[in-house]
Design a protein around this ligand. Structure first.
Ligand SMILES: Cc1ncc(COP(=O)(O)O)c(C=O)c1O
Length: 426
């Protein structure tokens, strides 16, 4: 962009950096032979093509339902879809409390993907200069929202069952001492089969984290919310997941839950949802109203019908099996082709493996390794993209995220073999 056109832009227009995800997706489109183990696309074969065709036909063949679906809906989203979504959360949380469904659906908003939920929520809570605590590493597109909105971050280190609580307390305490707690608004956790590491956060860690946030609230002068991003919750290979933070007693005023139908049903439907504490609901809806005054009504009706007719669960079971097969192929390929120095954990769900190279190696976008991988027609996500800018530590740059979501089994093997050859020459 030249300097002249730059001057017309708002602060946010100037500040917002190019998103690495756009670059990664563009690169794949420009080079069809490239094996992309980078983009977080889902499995093409498991997309519910037949079922969606049938459900849309049924919907549009019914004169009155069809006309309603083709009209604007409400800003908060379709009432029945919110109710079915609340019931699904309750089912996954394995608890049945009187009025739980009604309470969750009242505090729920249907959004254009969970990405829109995360964006509006962050916009509603944070001003430039405010602080969000994130997992180290975390979902890099959320880091893009933070960057664009001028927020600062602090990385909380991770163990195998979620964030390190001692580290969380240390960070909260140092923010209290420096007077920055007043600007700290959110702890963001991607709690199921995390993007990028594939790890899940145990319920006890969620409980303890919530307790710690409450402990520091007085010094902050306002609530510090636990934002649970459950995007991959339903992509567990066993179909099981531990309970969400919504199930914790007394959590309704402090937990924000973000979910999606993108990953478990079809990414193209772009239907997500979120549950908010009551006080945040109206501010959220006012902002969403300025964005779009409601998510696509037709597509909400499609998702609703999929849930109601059983198509959703049928398709989900198929997708879970497909991903398990693909994860096995990636795991075997890593064992076959990667040098012994590389470590990884086999995920139990989600779409990603997280590989750790020796610390002396650099996987970054500008590294020789990344370039050589591209020359061999394989693309990965450099681990450093998943770490927030945080002056208190150096950004690790020796890891890579390898996604098995979109590539075929054959391409997974081919891509890992090519990457393994590049690594063996280092
Ligand atoms: C952790 C996480 N959260 C949220 C999203 C947003 O997904 P969607 O907008 O499709 O619901 C993604 C997408 O990849 C993700 O990985």
């Amino acid at each position: 962009m030249n300097r002249k056109s730059n001057t017309v832009l708002s602060q946010i227009g100037r500040r917002t950096a190019d998103s690495p995800i756009s670059w990664l997706m563009r690169t794949k489109l420009e080079r069809p032979n490239l094996v992309s183990l980078a983009a977080g696309f889902t499995d093409n074969e498991s997309l519910p093509l037949e079922g969606s065709r049938r459900l849309l036909n049924e919907l549009l063949n019914d004169e009155s339902v069809g006309r309603t679906a083709l009209q604007y809906g409400s800003t908060a989203g379709d009432d029945t879809l919110r109710e079915l979504t609340a019931m699904r959360i309750e089912e996954l949380d394995k608890i049945s409390i009187d009025n739980k469904t009604a309470d969750l659906s009242k505090r729920m908003v249907i959004t254009h993907g969970s990405q829109q939920f995360l964006y509006i929520l962050t916009e509603a809570l944070c001003d430039p200069g405010d602080i969000v605590l994130v997992e180290d590493p975390t979902y890099f597109v959320y880091l893009g929202i933070m960057q664009s909105r001028g927020l600062s971050g602090r990385g909380i280190s991770m163990n195998h069952d979620g964030i390190d609580l001692e580290n969380l307390e240390m960070v909260l305490e140092s923010l209290r001492r420096s007077g920055e707690l007043k600007r700290t608004k959110i702890l963001y956790l991607v709690s199921y089969f995390q993007n990028p590491t594939g790890r899940s956060t145990s319920l006890s860690i969620k409980k303890e984290a919530l307790n710690l946030l409450r402990k520091y609230e007085r010094a902050a002068g306002h609530p510090i919310y636990l934002l649970e991003d459950a995007a991959y919750r339903e992509l567990g290979f066993s179909g099981e997941s531990n309970s969400s933070a919504l199930s914790i007693c007394g959590s309704s005023e402090r937990v924000i839950y973000s979910g999606t139908y993108s990953k478990p049903f079809a990414t193209g439907v772009r239907v997500g949802f979120g549950v908010l504490p009551e006080v945040l609901l109206e501010p959220f809806l006012r902002i969403k109203s300025n964005h779009d005054f409601g998510t696509s009504h037709l597509i909400q009706k499609l998702v609703l019908r999929a849930l109601d007719s059983g198509e959703y669960m049928k398709n989900l079971a198929k997708a879970q099996c497909r991903y398990q097969v693909k994860a096995n192929v990636m795991n075997d390929s890593l064992s076959d082709y990667f040098p012994d120095l590389v470590k990884w954990e086999k995920p139990q769900g989600g779409l990603n493996f997280w590989a750790e190279l020796p610390r002396s190696m650099n996987t970054g976008l500008k590294s020789k390794l990344f370039q050589e991988a591209l020359n061999q027609d394989v693309l990965y996500v450099p681990g450093s993209l998943c770490y927030v800018e945080d002056a208190s530590r150096r950004k690790p740059s020796y890891e890579m995220r390898l996604s098995f979501g979109a590539a075929s089994e054959k391409d997974i093997r081919k891509g890992i073999r090519s990457l393994g050859n590049v690594l063996k020459c280092k």
